[in-house]
Design a protein. Sequence first.
Length: 105
Amino acid sequence: MPTNTFLGRPVEVDDEGFLRVAAQWDDELAALLARIAGVEELTDEHWRVIRFARADFDTTGEAPTLRRMQKAGGFQIKRLFELFPGKPAKKIAYIAGRPKPRACV
């Protein structure tokens, strides 16, 4: 199992860099992962999305898709693309310390 060092501590990741151990995630690590993913600053709006993704994963056992974030979380898909440019579902899961969504390649 690969390990990366973030913030001076070892963190277990999969082959694509997604966290494997949820307990290793915290807000400080999320901010670093966001910068790595190209999201320079996490605003309150970013945190609402991240916290929803974490809670939804805890409930469903799967990283939420954009459609789920829209339906269950009330987030506009267009806004998710603005907040997390490129591949928002993948970036949100990465920053939230959750596995890559199944629908993502």
